[in-house]
Design a protein around this ligand. Structure first.
Ligand SMILES: Nc1ncnc2c1ncn2[C@@H]1O[C@H](COP(=O)(O)OP(=O)(O)O)[C@@H](O)[C@H]1O
Ligand SMILES: [Mg+2]
Length: 223
């Protein structure tokens, strides 16, 4: 098992106060290595909250998150940052690329804190950029690229550290149908080729249907 959520509860506002808003309640989830799963649910049902907990960008009020058998609950901020950098790749609805950097520079950004970019890393990045079809745009800035090209860049950036787990929050949400389909196919294909585990929040039933498992988040739980 790669990931396990045990009795997770999370809400916003002060516990016990009248404006406390429970979002996740006693939620459980187990994910095997290499599995691809989708999470659907109404707007405001807590999908992003759940993904943020899985990605250790936020912590639960109650419950525990295990990754590869390790309990992440007691990790310090620094340990969590290292953990994310080593094991996780994130793709958001909006690409969050740096506007002043080129496509290639944006892709290499996550490996820069490790010092000099190695030959292997550069080759891996170039190989991915070619595979997703944006090689000709590699010196362009995000403002000079289409929405689909920016999202493909974000996917490559998420893969640059060879993560085991990709977390994608409505990755096709800002794209038209054609680009959304292409990006979905890309995510699935890369996950299979690299034996990655993929968790994607999506409104697209087309994408959801191509995954191994499909969960709906409702009333704070996964069904
Ligand atoms: N940082 C926050 N502070 C307070 N309330 C929040 C915060 N983030 C999300 N919420 C609330 O929690 C609920 C779930 O939000 P979210 O996880 O973003 O849902 P989804 O991604 O399914 O649309 C919503 O009612 C939202 O308003
Ligand atoms: Mg959301």
């Amino acid at each position: 098992m790669l990931l396990q959520l045990k009795n997770i509860s999370k809400g916003y506002g002060e516990q016990g106060s009248h404006n406390f808003r429970p979002v996740l309640e006693n939620l459980n989830l187990e994910i095997q290595k290499g599995e691809k799963l989708s999470i659907v649910g109404q707007s405001g049902s807590g999908k992003t909250t759940l993904l943020n907990l899985i990605g250790t960008l936020d912590s639960p009020d109650f419950g525990e998150v295990f990754f590869d058998g390790k309990n992440l609950t007691g990790y310090s901020k620094k340990e969590l940052a290292d953990f994310r950098n080593q094991h996780l790749g994130f793709v958001f609805q909006l690409h969050h690329l740096m506007p002043q950097l080129s496509l290639l520079e944006n892709v290499l950004l996550p490996v820069l804190p490790q010092g000099k970019v190695s030959k292997e890393q550069k080759e891996w990045a170039e190989n991915l950029i070619k595979r997703v079809g944006i090689w000709d745009q590699r010196h362009q800035k995000p403002s000079e690229m289409s929405g689909g090209e920016c999202q493909r860049t974000a996917v490559v950036r998420a893969l640059i550290n060879k993560p085991e787990l990709i977390l994608a929050d409505e990755p096709t949400g800002a794209l038209d149908e054609k680009n959304a389909t292409a990006l979905s196919e890309l995510l699935i294909q890369l996950s299979e080729e690299e034996n990655l585990t993929l968790i994607t929040v999506t409104h697209s039933s087309e994408l959801a249907n191509q995954m191994d498992k499909r969960y709906t988040l409702r009333n704070g739980k996964l069904e």
